[in-house]
Design a protein around this ligand. Structure first.
Ligand code: ADP
Ligand code: TRP
Length: 317
């Protein structure tokens, strides 16, 4: 298959802090696994991050860090175009156009908004409008598939609705329908308390943790006091070992929670150590990483311009 005939894969993660193992298994691993098959574009959603991170040093450091993380987990910069969202500001123009064809009650149904509201958070307009910017991210690049964790499924549906609505309102076929790519077994990776792992629940195991951090976090995995299988330990362990191996191990150590947690910590450490070492290597040359981001944005600019020309024309701008 030639480069141009490959389908487009697009995804991004916000630069809101250190990624954790659920980000890896739920999303990043799919980017790596699919990088040969697709024309892959993976970005750092720094404009989305601005809805929560409002500190100059923190945001720019997080952004560089995430670019390094992407490389460290095995994205090959020769195969994947890694870029920074804000380097292509056309996406905000497209989000604006989408805003104008989307109703407030429709966006009020977004889980992200409802969760924030349920927690009585002060909701900025950016957070409310988050799904429109995400739709623009996806649609501006003509994406075919979008690998994400299950928590993003509704956002993908919104992107599809928006593509459909735009095409209908402006009587065109500019936007194609993107498909979510969600791997069932890791659709919702649990955290150390058994709830969905998330930075915001503070129940996560950072992907580039030190050995000490891993041990401490694993020891704090919530277990019930009864004998039998410690479900929360087992469910995290499943990410690192096959079930046959685990069933034997958990049977042999029935009721011995400490031994099982030690075994899990050892497996996580064995998985993380080489990633961490690679990350340390890449982090020695931040200029090279910044340069990569800049060059990739330049490369994508032409495609994005072409798409926006069509959009402006269709809308009458
Ligand atoms: P967080 O909830 O920790 O802030 P993000 O929203 O930054 O995570 O998610 C980045 C990517 O990782 C998204 O594709 C998201 O669906 C995926 N992801 C996050 N948490 C999980 C989880 N617990 N299980 C599976 N995938 C997840
Ligand atoms: N909302 C996604 C998250 O929190 C990040 C994101 C922004 C994204 N734009 C996107 C993911 C476009 C996939 C495609 O993880």
């Amino acid at each position: 298959m030639t480069e141009t005939s490959k389908k487009v894969l697009l995804s991004g993660i916000q630069s809101t802090g250190r990624p954790h193992i659920a980000n890896y298994f739920g999303a990043m691993k799919q980017y790596v696994d699919l990088q040969d098959q697709y024309d892959s574009k993976i970005f750092i959603a720094d404009l989305h991050s601005l809805t929560t991170v409002q500190n100059k040093e923190e945001l720019s450091q997080n952004t560089l860090d995430l670019a390094i993380d992407y490389l460290a987990v095995g994205l090959d910069p020769k195969k994947v175009t890694i870029f920074k969202q804000s380097d292509l500001p056309e996406v905000t123009e497209l989000a604006w156009i989408f805003n104008c064809i989307t109703t407030v009650p429709y966006l009020m149904r977004a889980h992200s908004f409802k969760d924030a509201e349920a927690k009585n958070k002060e909701i900025n307009v950016g957070l409310f409008d988050y799904p429109m910017l995400m739709a623009a991210d996806i649609l501006i690049h003509n994406s075919d598939i979008v690998p994400v964790g299950k928590d993003q499924k509704q956002h993908l549906e919104i992107a599809r609705d928006t593509a459909e609505k735009f095409n209908r309102v402006f009587n065109t076929d500019i936007f194609k329908m993107p498909e979510p790519y969600i791997v069932d077994s890791v659709a919702i990776v649990p955290g150390i308390d058994g709830q969905k792992m998330s930075k915001s629940y503070n129940n996560h195991i950072p992907l580039f943790s030190t050995d000490e951090e891993v041990k401490k976090l694993v020891m704090s995995i919530v277990t019930d006091s009864g004998a039998g299988i410690p479900v929360n330990v087992y469910n995290i362990h499943k990410l690192f070992r096959d079930e046959k191996y685990l069933d034997k191990l958990y049977k042999e150590h029935e009721g011995k929670y400490k031994a099982l947690k030690d075994a899990l910590a050892e497996d996580i450490i064995a998985f993380i150590s080489p990633l961490r070492a690679r990350r340390e290597e890449i982090a020695k040359d931040p200029e090279a990483v910044r340069e990569m981001l800049k060059n990739n944005a330049k490369k994508l600019k032409l495609e994005v311009d072409e798409m926006m020309q069509k959009v402006r024309e269709a809308v009458g701008l």
